[in-house]
Design a protein around this ligand. Structure first.
Ligand code: DAH
Length: 361
């Protein structure tokens, strides 16, 4: 093909690309030039029929045309996409100065309310509130808690892992429980330690009683001469204050957690009243938390001498506590953001839980 013909073709195609007013029009130009039957594609096919000498001249020219057209299409596509996004963002503008039709007053979410109640109850027992990151590494979330890599508990946690980072030493994940805050606290503070750690946790699970994001509270006491008796008294005092009744009955069942030895699951008793379960008494039992004496290996992993320091720990689902105390039956509704649900189950911002005024608002 003569030089001028090829130049003309290039100019013609670049002009068509420039003139394409939308993504569909641009794609039509692309098909016409670079599609299976496209004009550039046809030209490329002619290379096979040429002599070697001819091909040496024509090859780079036709390839050059193809590259120029493909580059122009990519750049026009980016411009058109950006324009489409700008138009969409401009169209979605909200005028925040417009008056609201119906006056809305926010409420305190039951999960926030229960977290405030827990902080109030445990502050009275001398516990501070500790926090840790939701994006954790596998050492804090598992290994330091005596859950080595091959341990079946790792599989049971339905963990959300992040893709491996180049140069990253530890695997990153969304924490599956609040227990890593135990580790971070022991590493950063000298005992005696008394903390609770409320916060978000994540597992790949979803039904009426499980959501991929949920809330737990962790408790940790490290001191000298700590026994199972201290654990039992603390949990009993906590649950009586939380449910605001003195007739709470607890049942400690032997259990297993890798990070405690011995371990116990704690049930609270309930009675049936008008077809509903009411906390108190012992007609039935509901599991509310896991607990135990901190495993010597966990204490040692944090650089403390387990012969000198002992402690107890517990972990408890906050959403479940809220459901039991305030009578919701579907956990998923907690996170739907439905105004009617929030109005019904939410709390007034002025009702701050206090022990003297009643933690339940
Ligand atoms: N981390 C446990 C879980 O998510 C709960 C738990 C059990 C925490 C026993 C503790 C404990 O501190 O001692 O299932």
């Amino acid at each position: 093909m003569a030089n001028t013909d090829l130049d003309q073709m290039r100019e013609h195609m670049l002009a068509a690309i420039d003139a394409a007013a939308g993504l569909d029009a641009l794609d039509a130009v692309r098909v016409e030039a670079l599609g299976k039957q496209g004009r550039v594609t046809q030209l490329l096919k002619t290379l096979g029929t040429m002599s070697a000498d001819e091909r040496q001249v024509e090859g780079p020219r036709i390839q050059g045309l193809r590259t120029a057209v493909a580059d122009a299409i990519a750049s026009r596509k980016e411009t058109l996409e950006r324009a489409a996004l700008d138009a969409r963002l401009a169209g979605e503008t909200l005028d925040m100065t417009l008056p609201a039709d119906a006056p809305l007053s926010g409420t305190i979410h039951p999960v926030s309310q229960v977290m405030d109640e827990l902080a109030e109850i445990f502050a009275d027992l001398g516990f501070a509130v500790a926090t840790g990151p939701e994006i954790e590494d596998d050492w804090h979330n598992f290994s330091a808690l005596n859950i080595p890599e091959s341990h079946p508990a790792r599989a049971m946690h339905d963990t959300f892992y992040f893709p491996d980072q180049p140069g990253g030493e530890r695997k990153m994940l969304l924490r599956t429980h609040t227990s890593p805050v135990q580790i971070r606290t022991m590493l950063s503070q000298k005992p005696p330690i008394r903390i609770i750690a409320p916060g978000r946790t994540y597992r790949s699970d979803s039904d009426a009683t499980h959501t991929p994001m949920f809330h737990q509270v962790e408790g940790l006491v490290i001191d000298k001469g700590i026994t199972l008796g201290h654990l039992k008294w603390t949990l009993e005092t906590f649950l009586k204050a939380f449910f605001e009744r003195d007739d709470i009955t607890l049942r400690l069942r032997p259990s297993y957690f890798p990070f405690t030895e011995p371990s116990a699951e704690v049930d609270v008793g309930y009675t049936w009243q008008k077809g509903k379960r009411v906390i108190g008494g012992s007609e039935g039992w509901m599991e509310v938390l896991g607990s135990g004496m901190v495993h010597p290996k966990v204490i040692a992993a944090c650089g403390l001498d387990p012969d000198e320091w002992q402690g107890f720990a517990f972990g408890c689902g906050i959403d479940r506590l809220a459901m039991l105390k305030y009578g919701m039956d579907d956990l998923r509704a907690f996170f739907d953001g439905d105004i009617r649900w929030l109005k019904h189950y939410g709390f007034s911002a002025l009702d701050v839980p206090t022990l003297s005024g009643g933690v339940g608002a």
